[in-house]
Design a protein around this ligand. Structure first.
Ligand SMILES: Nc1ncnc2c1ncn2[C@@H]1O[C@H](COP(=O)(O)OP(=O)(O)OP(=O)(O)O)[C@@H](O)[C@H]1O
Ligand SMILES: Nc1ncnc2c1ncn2[C@@H]1O[C@H](COP(=O)(O)OP(=O)(O)OP(=O)(O)O)[C@@H](O)[C@H]1O
Ligand SMILES: [Mg+2]
Ligand SMILES: [Mg+2]
Lengths: 263, 263
């Protein structure tokens, strides 16, 4: 039974994709078998792992809307133990198409359920990381419903990123009650911390105050190497392994593994 | 007849809200009568102008879903000539509610149409700036359908921000053909430019190559004052008028006015 986390936050540009891709890459590097599931029509996780979203034969669109099996959608990424269920631009239309389908909120959970039952598939992954789009619509609800082990919330160290947290927490509560009783808050990850400004420090303090004990100790600094890596289709571990961004994601991954009892 | 622009980009965190609020504030300072319309459920433009989204009596939710008139929804912001049609968290539910309403894509255009007809209202605004959420869903489609003068696309100087532009341009094309024949690309604004990195320069060159003649000359630098200002509920013009961010938004606003023949 893999551990399944969703990376979600309706605030845009806070580091959901960067966290999914880079934690995924470190987990794989250290022996865990990882599947990244990209359900954002922008397909940023897909391109960050070097895959051309326009050339993808089957994507999470087919998984969600057409019920195609996961084994047909998933692809190798060229990194050992790191597979991807890619997104494609077709996913932008999925929002409207899903609304009229039965069990529309649980389509992803059903697609991933094969990982628990099928002996062959089931042995396959230790972790599944679901990268959600910046909204609380049907795609993110699918991500939250499928996340059997919880949601990881990246929080940018900016004032506007604070504003939406209570809305997000309410949405998570709704999904827990109506669709996924196991959904919990696995933790908040502070991202794009800029040590030169007071703002970053104040935001971290504020988030720690509101969510005592739920904020990962590791803070991800702002590091240009992290934003360059996707243009080479590589995670930070291979693009700039000694950069501040790489060291931070390595530390965060260790913290996650320790908390999951897998370290 | 006011000039109506939508600020749109499905990529999250690229500066849509920051551009709508700060261009709006400079336009108002220089004598234009401005209405900012916030149709993002996060209500960041609302809080950036010092208004508590939870205390708002009527919002763009009521405008879009219940057909309440604009004059009842709009509020003063405390800055002369700068009014706001605020968002509220209820807007998150509008996505589902709008789908079943007649003319669901044109609800905002109809609500703003009063600005052209009603003699009293019509004299009221010179500019309307619509701040869209980070998606290409029904709320953004409403914004693009209402934008009689075009769409302004903020583009963060990051690789991942490039990836989604072609998808956005296709969506704009669809809206132009099906819903708003006057929709044009007013221009792309490069934001969060970091002069210390090659990445920023490369992204600007790439965008200028793909969109010759459509990129505003003014480039908005990354400036921490811009991200601090919302926490005080103030635009940059009053929070830090001599900061690099303020000077850039002043220059951008002048460029916009000149292009609109209003300078
Ligand atoms: N710690 C960091 N330092 C510097 N740049 C970063 C960092 N984390 C992410 N970035 C860059 O910031 C931008 C936003 O990050 P990312 O795309 O991961 O956020 P997101 O929440 O997935 O965005 P969206 O809401 O659009 O899905 C990207 O260009 C990314 O490369
Ligand atoms: N030029 C800039 N320099 C520094 N920070 C900036 C700049 N422009 C915007 N910011 C900050 O970056 C974050 C993202 O900007 P903003 O919220 O305006 O983007 P957005 O596109 O409206 O986001 P969303 O997609 O969530 O609606 C905010 O915290 C904002 O304060
Ligand atoms: Mg993303
Ligand atoms: Mg915004």
């Amino acid at each position: 039974m893999p551990i399944i986390y969703a990376l979600a936050n309706q605030k845009g540009g806070v580091g959901k994709t960067t966290t999914a891709v880079n934690v995924g890459a470190y987990l794989a590097e250290w022996g865990q078998r990882v599947l990244v599931v990209d359900i954002d029509p922008q397909a940023n996780a897909t391109s960050s792992l070097g895959i051309d979203k326009r050339a993808v034969p089957l994507s999470t669109y087919d998984l969600l809307v057409r019920g195609v099996s996961l084994s047909r959608v998933m692809q190798l990424t060229g990194r050992v133990r790191l597979d991807l269920a890619p997104a494609s631009p077709a996913l932008a239309g999925a929002t409207v198409e899903l609304v009229s389908l039965p069990q529309r909120e649980s389509r992803l959970r059903q697609a991933l359920a094969v990982l628990n039952t099928d002996e062959e598939q089931g042995k396959r992954y230790d972790y599944v990381l679901i990268d959600c789009p910046p909204s609380l619509g049907i795609l993110t609800v699918n991500g939250l419903t499928a996340a059997t082990d919880g949601v990881i919330i990246p929080v940018q160290c900016e004032y506007l990123a604070l504003e939406g947290l209570s809305q997000l927490v309410r949405a998570i509560e709704l999904v827990r009650r109506a669709l996924n009783p196991k959904l919990r808050l696995r933790g908040l990850v502070m991202t794009m911390y800029d040590a030169r400004t007071n703002l970053s420090r104040q935001v971290v303090e504020e988030v720690r105050r509101h969510f005592p004990g739920r904020v990962f100790n590791t803070i991800i600094p702002r590091s240009v190497r992290l934003s360059e890596a996707p243009s080479y289709g590589e995670p930070i571990i291979s693009y700039a392994p000694h950069s501040a961004g790489a060291l931070a994601y390595a530390a965060l991954t260790r913290e996650l593994l320790a908390g999951d009892g897998r370290y």
